[in-house]
Design a protein around this ligand. Sequence first.
Ligand code: ARG
Length: 571
Amino acid sequence: VITEEKTMEFKQQVVTALQQAIGAQLDARTIAKGIEIPKSSDLGDYAFPTFMLAKIFHKAPQKIAEEIVGKIDQQGFEKVQAVGAYVNFFLDKQSFSRDVLQTILVKGDSYGNANTGHGGNVPIDMSSPNIAKPMSMGHLRSTVIGNSLANILRKIGYNPIKINHLGDWGTQFGKLIVGYKKWGSEADVKADPITNLNKYYVRFHKEDVEHPELDDEAREWFKKLENGDPEAMHLWKWFREISLSEFSHIYDVLGIEFDSYKGEAFYNDKMDAVIQELEEKHLLEESQGAEVVNLDSYNLSPAMIRKSDGASLYMTRDLAAAIYRMNTYNFVQSLYVVGNEQALHFDQLKAVLKEMGDDWADNIHHIAFGLITSGGKKLSTRKGNVILLEGVLKDAVLLAQAQIEAKNPTLKNKDQVAKDVGVGAVVFHDLKNDRMDSFDFNLEEVVRFEGETGPYVQYTNARAQSILRKAAVEIDRDADDLTLTDPEAWNVLKALGDYPAAIERAAKEYEPSVIAKYTLRLAKAFNQYYAHSKILEANAERNARLALVDSVSRVLQNALALLGVNAPSEM
Ligand code: ARG
């Protein structure tokens, strides 16, 4: 049986062997950094280029590679070879195969867990839609990226805290109140809250072009709100409540929960302390009647802290929120999953905190992401050009339903599976792209069962599950012969062994796409294996083949769960 120490550290095995051969001249970290994964399997599973040793040993890299091979302890490897300036390592397929399969079958869902985070708190500011406006595809990105990062960080030992920093405060509420009082009615708002509230807001922005006095009224109402005027407060509370209950539907569909809904309004009474501190530290400057922090030395435009009419700003609230999070969580990292168009805002936020002497601002990271466009056009709530998220999710489920109906009409739980597949498809599509990439949203493409889609990965898992059902045997995971050495199996085994490294990389780069791409790689490798092998055939390798199928299914499920995607066992 496998021990804790005997984890998937095959790379470590290579590092150790190299370290012994090279000696103290090069430390283990540098060796580990130098190790590459060859493009072609003819060149082994790992390769170490020796160029960096040429200066140290005053010899040609080719010569050094040969000498290392001469000295290296080959035990535990199929072979170790010098090819040019490289030392190529071929893992021992039999023991690798046994180690990987046993580890996964014994560890189950804890395969890939690590304690990198030592329980450190990581608040994740995510989703954070604006009250009285529809939740957009951009908010969807923030929600699913944030949720996946939380899962990934939890898996490696951090304690993520998911915060929905609702946009429930600011001058736009003045505009909304004016719009509602002029053009709205209680009945309309009750009938379809967000659509109608957003209508007033959109109309306000159309009409204030010709009627700038509307803006004065809106400012007046926001001031009333900031001062706790009962009518303003009453309307604001009502708008917030009905908006939040609509957002909750979407969160339910996505299966996402938050640890906190402390939005911008929560910081209303915490801003004075921030402004006072800025004053005491002589950081506030006047600029055209407003108060700003000069950020010339950071090469940034000044951060506006208070408007000329005394109204607070998005920035002021974010300063209060950042400080509150530090005081409350003593975080090791503080993440903000917000579109890239707010990059300047977060640069300024960090710079102001640094000016205040808060060195922990270095642990604040803006997790930016690109735009989702539709037919090449930018989406915006102001102009009313939005893809409504709820509609997208509904349509995705309908498309999934149609495909299931065509492929597997007798399937049980069709409705639940259609939901898992439709919603999972949208989430997966969003996460498989590098987060900074912008992409155009095309629903038909997203919900396809073939190609690089969520349904393809889900289908692969369902296929594995179906094989296991047909086999209907208990897999002997302690068997000595859990060894598969044919090339198709080897690709699957290598992918399985790479899961822990993929998780670490996803966490380090704050990139759920690393996990999404990983699932595609594993699914492809498995489907090739499936096409080449008679898995259920009764012979000596059957137990090992089933162990492979079971391992693939477990890892796919675990990885999809990290993305926030369900994995139905039949589809
Ligand atoms: N409500 C903002 C928006 O929709 C996003 C808020 C992001 N979080 C923050 N702490 N600024 O654009």
